[in-house]
Design a protein around this ligand. Structure first.
Ligand code: NCD
Ligand code: ZN
Length: 346
């Protein structure tokens, strides 16, 4: 196959940042995706409907002229979120979910939830209003092995939560393990998961290939080859509970190439091309369109996009760096090749 045409996809997990940094990265996403679910972990975080609507406006104002793109907004859940905020979010028509970051789990998560029981009233209101809960699924206990934190989260937090709120729709974000894939497969209706390109394409050896690789460091961490194979297995099966969320998370080069570097992999420059590679390698290119353009829209009860996008099998070399506000960032595969290329809009 030398080209593939898809219904225009949605990126259902994206970090856009703000200001000049956002202006640098947004065009990559808008060139590929019709919509993206925008993560609220700004500094300070997006806590209220008012803040989310203002952020949405800044995103729309930063779009290149003539490029249609719809940001789907999320609120950052904290111990102090008021259930009435859920009502306001729903009424806005622009906010589709609330994001649960266990406090301290990842970049800008210090305002996150310290104990799940503290947000019971909010979760109950979300269930009533049918807003989606997006979950960063890792425990934060420093005693727990870093590679075990996702599996532990399922048992300690997610499974009981899904049972206590049986109608709450939940997205288990950026799953990385066989355990997470199996949890979703065995769970009640209303539970789905996003998968990133890096967790489909790399295992944890990529963190240490010839030396320490800060640009392969993200959270949750890359996992074992057996885990990666399990993730490829579920996406290749075409199960509608699994869909695209890049978790593209830009950081300036200096924040990553340092003694204590930030977590986050930037993939928006090839946000659909990398998945095409992964699906092709799994012999499942025919499943890419549903994964990228249908399952997520259906789960979020959004209309499927009507536009089209074409990928051509023509390797290209990824730049060694991209501008990022006044700084630069190092994209995934910098200086190396990607097998599929986006055909520019005619
Ligand atoms: C994200 C970021 O940089 O905002 N980093 C990451 O490694 N994925 C935060 C997150 O989604 O965990
Ligand atoms: Zn993320």
């Amino acid at each position: 196959m030398t080209s593939i045409t898809l219904r225009r996809p949605d990126d259902l997990h994206l970090h856009l940042r703000d200001g000049e940094s956002m202006r640098s990265v947004l065009p990559y996403t808008a060139a590929r995706f019709a919509r993206a679910l925008i993560m609220p972990n700004l500094h300070p975080p997006v806590l209220s409907t008012e803040q989310a609507l203002a952020y949405r406006r800044r995103i729309l104002d930063a779009l290149p002229t003539g490029v249609p793109f719809e940001p789907l907004m999320t609120l950052y859940l904290t111990d102090r979120t008021d259930p009435a905020e859920v009502d306001r979010a729903k009424a806005s028509g622009c906010i589709v979910g609330l994001k649960l970051y266990p406090a301290g789990a990842t970049t800008h998560s210090d305002a996150g939830v310290t104990a799940i029981r503290k947000v019971d009233a909010v979760l109950s209101r979300m269930e009533e209003q049918d807003l989606v809960l997006e979950v960063h699924g890792e425990v934060t206990d420093p005693e727990v092995d870093v590679f075990e934190r996702e599996a532990r989260f399922i048992d300690q937090v997610l499974a009981p939560l899904a049972a206590r709120f049986p109608r709450l729709r939940i997205v288990f974000e950026h799953i990385t393990t066989r355990a997470a894939a199996q949890f979703v497969l065995g769970s009640r209706p209303g539970i789905a998961a996003t998968l990133t390109p890096q967790h489909l394409l790399m295992n944890r050896n990529a963190l240490f290939a010839g030396g320490i690789r800060p640009h392969h460091y993200c959270l949750p961490l890359l996992k074992s080859e057996a885990d990666r194979e399990a993730l490829l297995g579920v996406v290749a099966s075409g199960d509608p509970r699994f869909f695209l969320g890049t978790d593209s998370a830009p950081h300036a080069r200096g924040a990553k190439e340092v003694a204590c570097g930030c977590a986050g992999i930037f993939s928006a420059h090839a946000g659909i091309e990398l998945y095409a590679e992964a699906f092709e390698a799994a012999g499942a290119l025919g499943r890419l369109e549903a994964f990228a353009s249908e399952h997520g829209a259906d789960f979020y009860r959004l209309p499927r996009n009507t536009g089209r996008l074409t990928l051509v099998k023509a390797p290209w070399e990824v730049p060694r760096s991209c501008p990022f506000g006044a700084e630069e960032l190092v994209p995934l595969r910098a200086g190396e090749h990607i097998g599929w290329r986006l055909q520019e809009r005619q």
